[in-house]
Write a protein that binds this ligand. Structure first.
Ligand code: COA
Length: 813
């Protein structure tokens, strides 16, 4: 079957089958665990939940097995289960695998219009009649999925032509990411690594490159395959990149992978204030989500370098619909497909390490802020009850990915746990109501609290790290968002978060005016059945999280002396200037250059994520050597020349990267396609230089914000630094992280030296300006810069900046 599907260009990713004998020969990564476990060999009751229903696999019957409900009023979810079950069985009656036929709306159970009409006519709420007004309410409740064409009063619904929204990928009109020319990538690779290697290492690398690039050799074969891949994929590097960057990584998500946004410190005078804040925030999330569901989010256009080009919007649609499922070798990024019949939506609220389901639509109505507050108050009360308290299962998600995959496998043996996991995996987002962290509320403390929750004794278990968006509302006013990085980049996170903060500032809380839905069912606490094995896993996860907490060395620093306006006045790119300053700081601290990563957005292309700007350029090294060599007789003018050289090289590399012509994605593609073709790993990728050049001791990223908040993340290597910066007009914010158990690094020390270097660079600009009496003109001699803008090859679409971007947005890409 695999072969047969492969011939049509398909690949089976995951099997679900009710008979263990069918799936038993497959590797575990290719099987879904639930069915396999639920239907173990000698199972006497071969039933499994499907679409929330019971499926009897031997008779192939679906039925709805009512559960005792905790509330008197059934929520939408219960109604949907009945409705979907009936519909699935009707569709099954009409279709079979081998035949298909046309069925008109009136008789077609899968038709949207009929679906809506029937949905409204369901007698879920003990109403005997459904009026047209109620019907419209149903449609309104379902609006996110429909571009509605409501019938005018009196007209019959069945005669109305209902249009579905065109759910085309939000970026399919953009050019495809180019595949750079092989020779150019290899030349640039050599230029990027030469000064990071010993002479001997470099000679070996040169030989490996020559063999790889030989005419008719392996490089050309792989390049040809990549070009073919580009033809049939929306984005040839996307899957390779996602696995390499995130899903293959076995390190725990907090600190090592998940960036956070830290909100301005809130001043909550009473406990209710934090719940009001949370209710207001959730209202904003629902507003934003409605825009996503209707695909009405305004398009982003690039700013900064090559401003004006439209950007791919796909990442936004993963904010509230994805989940990172842990796997034994590799995780899976699961995306909820946008369906015509949406799942009733819910948020998971974490409070005192307990998880509660907060339905945000009840009785076809989206809860207003007043209702949300009422529900949050109930949750806080329920969470306070000591007797009912369950173990802090969220801690398991903070563990290494392989360890968490194993704990999850054990959890899944119990149907109670399966149900709870299912609710968390399908939720929109988490809202974590944190206890006071007890730390001082400086930027640095709030950043660390956000990155790891403060460990087991604090809010470390009040998280679920697999979920992309976790809004943290601390009773001490420490608030922010923890995000799982694999579905989107920091810039998209910033756009969403800025929307929410602006919403909260711009639309005053509606707590007083809003009428509440009477008698809301209490939110449901998620239950866990914990075997001794799970308790063992929990205590191991707790130990590791506490170690991580102790190990993180974070420093958030506002550099007040100048901001990007000063740098622009020097006719220099602020981003390049800061990158050169980071190179200077590292060199001052460690006396050598190191492989550096700067994320560059490639959202100008279809499904584009990022590539790498290798900021440790030879020109930067030349400059930092001149600045740090005390014996050197380099004059200020020469130093200034070197500074301009470094900034030009950095800017040129940036342009290569954002136009899809950098080397990291290309080399990754060549490496991965060789593996896919089951070829022996080319020497180029076994070479020491390749390993060294991919050890990003400095992991940097610009995440600018236009409201008061900041982003930060941890280092990616034991001896590395994470350096996230937020350039503002008149100051620069740096969030530097490292690990305490490294003898080589110290975040505060790095920040001190960085600040010193930034001042020296400013002084240099001012001194040379005063000396020559000239205005900064950016026209330093055209030198043989290491990095040239690479010619766009045949596979490269031409990207022209739009002359007049119609909707410039505040993001910086
Ligand atoms: N003289 C004067 N002004 C200049 C200049 C020069 N020589 N060069 C640039 N500028 C101006 C730009 O016009 C821009 O002006 P604006 O603020 O009015 O828009 C401003 O300086 C900033 O430009 P620059 O500093 O060059 O950076 P950029 O905004 O182009 O950003 C990247 C560069 C690489 C950061 C950006 O392209 C990118 O990819 N960002 C995404 C990073 C990311 O993904 N982060 C999240 C990772 S999780």
């Amino acid at each position: 079957m695999r072969q047969c599907l492969a011939s049509g260009g398909f690949e089976i990713c995951l099997w679900a089958n009710n008979f263990p004998s069918v799936v038993s020969h497959l590797p575990s990564a290719a099987r879904t665990e639930s069915t396999e476990l639920g239907l173990a060999e000698n199972c006497t009751d071969p039933q499994e939940q499907a679409l929330g229903l019971q499926w009897h696999c031997l008779t192939d019957q679906l039925c709805y097995k009512p559960k005792s409900m905790e509330s008197k009023i059934p929520t939408m979810r219960h109604g949907y289960k009945v409705f979907i079950g009936t519909r699935v069985s009707k569709i099954q009656d009409l279709t079979s695998l081998l035949t298909s036929r046309y069925v008109d709306t009136a008789n077609n159970p899968a038709d949207n219009l009929k679906t809506l009409a029937e949905l409204a006519a369901q007698n879920w709420e003990q109403k005997s009649e459904v009026t047209e007004r109620e019907l419209k309410e149903v449609l309104a409740a379902m609006e996110p999925c429909y571009r509605r064409d409501l019938p005018s009063s009196g007209s019959s619904l069945s005669s109305t032509h209902q249009k579905l929204p065109t759910l085309v990928a939000a970026g399919s009109d953009l050019p495809k990411l180019p595949v750079p020319a092989l020779g150019e990538t290899l030349d640039l690779y050599l230029r990027c690594v030469k000064h990071l290697l010993s002479e001997e290492q470099f000679l070996r690398t040169q030989r490996a490159v020559t063999v790889f690039a030989a005419p008719g050799g392996v490089g050309e074969q792989l390049q040809k395959k990549l070009l073919e891949r580009r033809e049939h994929k929306a984005n040839w590097v996307y899957d390779y990149w996602l696995n390499d960057m995130y899903l293959n990584n076995r390190l725990s998500l907090p600190v090592n992978s998940s960036p956070v946004m830290v909100f301005p410190q809130q001043n909550f005078r009473a406990p209710i204030d934090s719940l009001r804040f949370a209710a207001h925030l959730i209202s904003g999330v629902l507003e934003y989500k409605a825009q996503l569901d209707t695909r009405t989010l305004p398009k982003d256009y690039a700013r900064g370098q090559l401003a004006g080009t439209p950007l791919c919007m796909e990442q936004y649609y993963r904010l509230f619909t994805s989940y990172r499922l842990p796997g034994p070798q590799r995780d899976t990024l699961v995306a909820q497909e946008s369906s015509v019949m949406p799942e009733p939506e819910h948020i998971i609220v974490a409070c005192k390490n307990q998880f509660f389901v907060l339905d945000v639509v009840i009785n076809f109505r989206r809860l207003n802020e007043r209702d949300l507050l009422t529900q949050l108050e109930k949750i806080v009360k329920m969470a306070a009850s000591e007797e009912e308290r369950l173990p802090p299962i969220g801690l398991l998600t903070s563990d290494g990915r392989t360890e968490w995959a194993e704990s999850r496998r054990v959890l899944m043996k119990e149907s109670t746990n399966r149900d709870s996991l299912d609710m968390i995996e399908r939720c929109m987002c988490l809202v974590c109501l944190d206890d006071s962290s007890g730390a001082d509320l400086s930027d640095t403390s709030r950043a660390t609290t956000m990155l790891h929750g403060g460990g087991v004794g604090k809010n470390g278990g009040n998280r679920w790290y697999d979920k992309p968006m976790q809004f943290v509302v601390g009773s001490d006013g420490c608030c922010g968002v923890v995000c799982e990085h694999s579905p989107f980049e920091g810039i998209v996170l910033v756009q969403c978060t800025e929307y929410l903060l602006k919403y909260m500032i711009g639309s005053p809380s509606k707590l007083v005016r809003a009428a509440s839905v009477s008698e809301l069912p209490a939110p449901r606490r998620l239950r866990w059945k914990c075997t001794p094995e799970i308790h063992k896993h929990l205590s191991s996860s707790a130990d590791k999280l506490n170690k991580l907490v102790r190990n993180l060395d974070m420093n958030v620093h506002k550099f007040h002396d100048y901001g990007k306006e000063f740098i622009k006045k020097q006719k220099m790119s602020p981003d390049a200037f800061i990158q050169v300053a980071l190179q200077l700081a590292y060199y001052k601290c460690h006396g050598r250059p190191v492989s550096t990563y700067e994320s560059a957005s490639i959202r100008r292309f279809r499904e584009g994520r990022v590539d790498n700007i290798r900021s440790a350029t030879p020109e930067a090294l030349d400059f930092v050597r001149a600045m740090t060599d005390l014996k050197s007789s380099t004059s200020d003018t020469e130093k200034m020349d070197k500074l301009r050289g470094a900034i030009n090289a950095q800017t040129k590399y940036t342009i290569l990267a954002i136009t899809g012509m950098a080397i990291d994605n290309h080399l990754l593609g060549l490496r991965e396609i060789a593996q896919e073709l089951k070829m022996e790993k080319p020497e180029l990728f076994k070479d020491e230089a390749y390993l060294i050049s991919n050890q990003f001791i400095l992991s940097t990223s610009q995440v600018p914000t236009s409201v008061e908040m900041f982003c930060c993340y941890g280092p990616v290597l034991p001896d590395g630094y994470g350096a996230c910066y937020n350039p503002q007009s008149h100051h620069l914010l740096f969030c530097v992280s490292s690990f305490r158990n490294s003898a080589r690094t110290c975040s505060a020390g790095f920040v001190r030296v960085l600040e010193q270097g930034l001042r020296e660079m400013r002084d240099l600009c001012q001194k040379t300006q005063a000396h020559t009496g000239s205005e900064p003109n950016g026209k330093s001699k055209e030198r043989a810069l290491g990095v040239e803008v690479r010619a766009q090859n045949a596979a490269t679409p031409q990207i022209k900046p739009k002359e007049n971007p119609t909707e410039p947005r505040s993001n910086n890409v």
